[in-house]
Ligand binder design. Structure first.
Ligand code: BGC
Length: 499
């Protein structure tokens, strides 16, 4: 597509050449389309501990898992890229699945490679910039069997995978992320056991896994930069920025605060914040104190851009019940809408001195009553951060179509477009999603123009109501709303039209 080779693109909004602000959607191919042999596929097939518990996987996921039915972007990519473009996107974040490309060690599946090229062709035709993630929680089972990121000696396999991906797709994709949310994967996989490998309170191993992923990020970054095209690529890291706030009756609040402090340190932001600023990784564990330490020899870690995945601030009680403060609105994901946290996350991330992309934000909202409010508030929080000097260069909504929310299955509905596993709804634009389309249509795509608009809007006080933002959006919305009822049937997947 129109990449200039230095990471900048020609603007698509008629304002001339310049860096483009990414208006995008984000997906992980596994959550949309499953696969045959990744760690996650095998985890779902296994009897991992939470599956058996009443609040475990089966209860969350209802009848179906991604292995039985899925929205299937893998086969329906043309439609999905078109839906993203119609919604006003000029960028699309997706995972390049290691388990699809290299299902057995050293064996490259050329059909999967060809499919990714076809997906990139569709994006190119639609004027959409791809943003690829090399590891979005999933990897091949053979890598898991070797011990995955628990073992330092396996880092070389990830570096080799990164180089293979660059060899296959580097001429077509400028923006790369090594990892999606190393701390989130660690917490859910090694502390709570809800993600693979399903370990509970394996606190020491958990630290090694994060450390090895951060080391793998640095090694992959440096190896990519040594390739012939490396310097023209933008290689970043994506972090889940969340904070935890203790609440509850005064006597028990101390316990909640103890838990919240650990959550902030491990998962939230402290560990990664320190590492991004200094290259120093320290792993502390309750009762045992500091356990691991590693300093990146170059000081600050190498990173061309920082991805902020932001959803909320979590309010916790002493017995870890998710809560919210009075006046806040809960989402279906056990945390509230909290826009100030996005502003804070962006201002804090700005200290790293590299461009920031909001690589994920969104809301699980089955009722669809709160989606427009969330989009409106988070978009304003981002514009406020930009006006205050944060170098934010993109906003990716999670996610395009309702998909499989890991251990929470199909019960969490984040999509801009509704999709139901029983086939009753297929890619129907949600009413609340229109707020995003209006923002995407109204805001300039040229980064300098967007910065100027943010400064003006914030200075003038209120941003215009998203309902009044852009007349052009109305036509598109009309078209999309009508289209969503039709659905399509392709590649043998049962996608029944809604009425
Ligand atoms: C992950 C996504 C997930 C989303 C919503 C992020 O932590 O990267 O894979 O679906 O949050 O929970």
């Amino acid at each position: 597509m129109g990449s200039s080779g230095d990471g900048s693109l020609a603007s698509n909004d008629g304002t001339g050449k310049g860096e483009v602000f990414h208006k995008g959607v984000a997906i992980s191919m596994w959550q949309n389309s499953g696969d045959d042999d990744s760690n996650w596929t095998n985890f779902i097939k296994s009897n991992f501990p939470f599956k058996a518990l009443p609040f475990g996987f089966k209860r969350f996921s209802g009848k179906h898992s991604v292995l039985q039915t899925c929205p299937d972007t893998w086969n329906r990519y043309e439609e999905d890229v078109e839906l993203a473009a119609k919604a006003g996107c000029n960028a699309f974040r997706l995972s390049i699945e290691w388990a699809r490309i290299e299902p057995r060690k050293g064996e490259i599946d050329m059909d999967a490679v060809a499919r990714y090229h076809a997906i990139l062709d569709s994006m190119e035709a639609a004027g959409i910039e791809p943003n690829a993630t090399l590891h979005h929680f999933t990897h091949p089972q053979w890598f898991e069997d070797l011990g995955g990121f628990e073992k330092a000696e396996n880092i070389q396999h990830f570096v080799a995978w990164s180089l293979k991906a660059i060899e296959l797709f580097g001429s077509r994709i400028t923006f790369w992320a090594t990892f999606n949310e190393p701390t989130c994967a660690m917490f859910l996989g090694w502390i709570t056991g809800m993600h693979p490998p399903g370990k509970i309170l394996a606190c020491i191993t958990a630290g090694k896994v994060v450390m090895h992923k951060l080391q793998a990020h640095c090694e992959a970054y440096e190896a990519i930069k040594r390739t012939a095209i490396g310097k023209s690529l933008q290689v970043g890291l994506v972090h889940h920025h969340i904070t935890f706030l203790a609440t509850g009756p005064r006597l028990l609040r101390g316990l909640a605060a103890y838990a919240a402090d650990w959550m902030n340190y491990w998962w939230g932001y402290e560990l990664i914040h320190q590492w991004m600023l200094t290259g120093k990784f320290t792993w502390k564990v309750p009762l045992l104190g500091q356990w691991l330490e590693w300093q990146h020899p170059g000081g600050k870690p190498p990173c061309d851009w920082f991805g902020v995945n932001y959803y909320s601030r979590s309010v916790v009680t002493w017995y870890m019940k998710p809560w919210c403060l009075p006046g806040e609105v809960m989402t279906d994901m056990y945390y509230p809408i909290y826009a100030d946290g996005l502003y804070e996350a962006l201002m804090q991330s700005n200290q790293y001195g590299i461009p920031i992309y909001i690589t994920e934000t969104g809301i699980a909202d089955k009722s669809d009553k709160n989606r427009a409010t969330m989009i409106d508030k988070y978009m304003r929080a981002m514009l406020r951060a930009i006006a205050d000097g944060a170098d934010v260069r993109g906003f990716y909504y999670w996610t395009l179509v309702d998909n499989f929310e890991w251990n929470a299955g199909y019960l969490m509905e984040f999509g801009l477009y509704a999709w139901q596993p029983d086939g009753s709804v297929d890619r129907k634009l949600k009413a609340g999603a229109k707020a995003l389309v209006r923002f995407f249509k109204a805001l300039p795509s040229n980064l300098s123009a967007l910065r100027a608009a943010a400064a003006r809007l914030v200075k003038e006080g209120e941003l215009p109501d998203h309902e009044q933002m852009h007349a052009e959006a109305e036509e598109v919305l009309h078209d999309l709303t009508a289209r969503g009822h039709k659905g399509r049937r392709r590649h043998g997947h049962a996608m029944v039209a809604a009425t």
